[in-house]
Design a protein around this ligand. Structure first.
Ligand SMILES: NC(=O)c1ccc[n+]([C@@H]2O[C@H](COP(=O)([O-])OP(=O)(O)OC[C@H]3O[C@@H](n4cnc5c(N)ncnc54)[C@H](OP(=O)(O)O)[C@@H]3O)[C@@H](O)[C@H]2O)c1
Length: 248
């Protein structure tokens, strides 16, 4: 991992934050993006090494993100070697309450923008001519269903499918594209879900993970593997890091 330059979208909390700190310990140079500048500044202070950068950008502001990435590479002249797309939102709504706007918003942030950020990042000057690795954070819900999670499952299924098509399209440029699909890990997002359900439901969720609920570092280690040269012959893969959830 030493000396690779990685863009992390959704780096202010949860999996993205843990990944930033872990990759910095492995020698990566990082550029961190999400909306909350204060939280990103805090993540930078927890990272090892210097030269990390951050910018407060809403990922749905495609033009601002595009301009930032291009200006950043122009000013430092060091192209990126990889991407971690960890921005995501969750929604729990049964079909009868589901509105078009909710579907579009979740699909946009969780899947469409992952593809559009990749498009910007892979413009000639922005990305290493030696190739690199893109890692999208999907979910076990991308291949398994759950009641009231239609929008979320749809968005993660779309992300996983887009990843496979991109992997095939970009292989001749030595750019690998993979997903990590976590089961439930403790983050702000999952805490909101756990806080809103009964103790019995919490126990049920725990039981569905044979190795127990996961920690963000479990996901960060998988991401580091997919970004590193240790996975140089792996592309188009949805790596389930879920404590056995999807083995059942
Ligand atoms: N936690 C789990 O159990 C679990 C399981 C499976 C999959 N996942 C997936 O893992 C990813 C990370 O989730 P997490 O649990 O780490 O959630 P989290 O703690 O809520 O973090 C989500 C990140 O996304 C960023 N974000 C959200 N909307 C954004 C926007 N419009 N523009 C820019 N950044 C945005 C947030 O930053 P700002 O608020 O600063 O913008 C934050 O950094 C998500 O894709 C999620 O679906 C999580």
């Amino acid at each position: 991992m030493i000396n690779k330059k990685i863009l992390i979208i959704g780096a202010s909390s949860g999996i993205g934050k843990a990944t930033a700190i872990y990759l910095s310990q492995k020698g990566a140079k990082l550029v961190l993006i999400s909306r909350n500048a204060e939280k990103l500044q805090q993540v930078i202070t927890e990272c090892e090494g210097d030269d990390h950068k951050f910018a407060s950008i809403d990922v749905t502001d495609t033009e601002k993100l595009d301009n930032f990435i291009t200006d950043h590479v122009n000013s430092c002249n060091i192209p990126f070697d990889g991407l971690v797309y960890s921005a995501g939102i969750e929604g729990t709504l049964p079909l009868k309450f589901l509105k078009n706007e909710t579907l579009e918003q979740i699909l946009n942030i969780n899947a469409i923008q992952a593809v559009l950020v990749s498009k910007t990042l892979l413009k000639k000057a922005n990305f290493s001519s030696n190739g690199g690795s893109l890692v999208f954070i999907s979910s076990v819900m991308g291949s398994l269903g759950q009641p009231a999670k239609i929008a979320y499952c749809m968005s993660k299924g779309a992300l996983t499918s887009a990843m496979k098509a991109m992997a095939l399209e970009l292989a001749n440029k030595k750019i690998r594209v993979n997903c990590i699909s976590p089961g439930m890990v403790v983050t702000e997002m999952s805490s909101k879900i756990l806080d809103s359900i009964s103790e019995d439901n919490k126990k049920d969720i725990e039981k569905m993970h044979p190795l127990g609920i996961g920690n963000v570092i479990d996901i960060a280690k998988g991401i580091e593997f997919l970004l590193s040269d240790n996975s140089s012959w792996i592309t188009g893969v949805d790596l389930l890091v879920d404590g056995g959830y999807s083995a059942q």
